[in-house]
Design a protein around this ligand. Structure first.
Ligand SMILES: CC(C)(COP(=O)(O)OP(=O)(O)OC[C@H]1O[C@@H](n2cnc3c(N)ncnc32)[C@H](O)[C@@H]1OP(=O)(O)O)[C@@H](O)C(=O)NCCC(=O)NCCS
Length: 186
C-alpha cells in the first residue's frame, strides 16, 4: 500500500545514524558526491555537481519510501547528525522481492569501515522489514574498495556483465555481487 506520509526509519549503528535525507543536505551531496574521486564510480553524478541537481536527487529519493520503491538514507556520525557524510540505499523491485544496494561516502569519511557498517545495517533492515529474498549490487569494474565492502558484507561475486552500463561517453564492465535471504540468515 502506498502511504504518502510514511517516514523512512532511523537506523543506528555503532558509530553512525542512518537518517532520512533532508532538503538542507543538498550542499553536502553536491560537494561530497560531486568530488571526482567519488563521482567516478557513480553512474549519474557529474563533476562538478550543481546544488540544484543534488536537491532534485534528494527530492526523488525522499519519495522512494512512501511510494514503496525502496529507501535512501543519509549517513551521519552519531554525534554530528546534521553533517551528511554520504548515503546508502536499496532500490526495490517488489514483484521479484529483490533490491539493489547502493552507497557512497565523501572522501574524508573513507577508510573507517563506515560504508560496511552502514550497508550492513540497511541489508539487515531490507531482509527483516522489506520482504526481500535477494539484495545485490553492481560495481563498475576497477572499483576495488567497493568490491571489498561487498565481500566483507558476505556477498557472493556473481560474475561480470561486459560493457553493461554507460557512464559519460563510455560503456563500462560491471561486477555483480549478491546475497540471498537464506545466506543472510545463516
Ligand atoms: C566504496 C566506498 C563507499 C568505501 O567506503 P569506506 O567507508 O572507505 O569502506 P570501508 O572502510 O567500509 O571498507 C573499504 C575496504 O576496501 C579496502 N580498500 C580501499 N581502497 C582499496 C583499493 N584501492 N583496493 C583494494 N581495497 C581497497 C579497505 O582497505 C577496506 O577493506 P578492509 O576493511 O579489509 O581493510 C567509498 O570508497 C566511496 O564512496 N567510493 C566512491 C563511490 C562508490 O564507489 N560507491 C559504490 C558504488 S558500487
Amino acid at each position: 500500500m502506498i502511504d504518502a506520509v510514511a517516514r523512512a526509519p532511523l537506523l543506528a549503528t555503532e558509530h553512525l545514524l542512518l537518517r532520512e535525507l533532508r532538503a538542507d543536505d543538498a550542499r553536502a551531496v553536491a560537494v561530497r558526491a560531486g568530488d571526482r574521486k567519488v563521482a567516478r564510480y557513480l553512474i549519474a553524478v557529474p563533476t562538478p555537481y550543481p546544488v540544484s541537481l543534488a536537491a532534485r536527487w534528494i527530492a526523488g529519493r525522499q519519495a522512494w519510501w512512501p511510494q514503496g520503491r525502496g529507501i535512501t538514507l543519509g549517513i551521519v556520525r552519531r554525534n554530528e547528525p546534521d553533517e551528511l557524510l554520504g548515503s546508502v540505499s536499496l532500490r526495490r523491485f517488489v514483484r521479484d522481492r529483490r533490491a539493489e544496494l547502493g552507497y557512497w561516502l565523501g572522501t574524508d569519511a573513507w577508510g573507517r569501515g563506515f560504508a560496511t557498517e552502514a550497508a550492513r545495517a540497511l541489508i539487515d533492515f531490507g531482509f527483516r522489514e522489506m520482504n526481500l529474498q535477494r539484495i545485490y549490487a553492481q560495481v563498475l569494474a576497477g572499483n576495488a574498495a567497493s568490491c571489498r565492502v561487498l565481500e566483507k558484507l558476505g556477498m557472493q561475486n556473481e560474475g561480470m556483465r561486459r560493457r553493461h552500463i554507460r557512464k559519460g561517453k563510455q560503456l563500462h564492465d560491471v561486477v555483480l555481487y549478491g546475497i540471498l535471504r537464506d545466506e543472510w540468515s545463516a
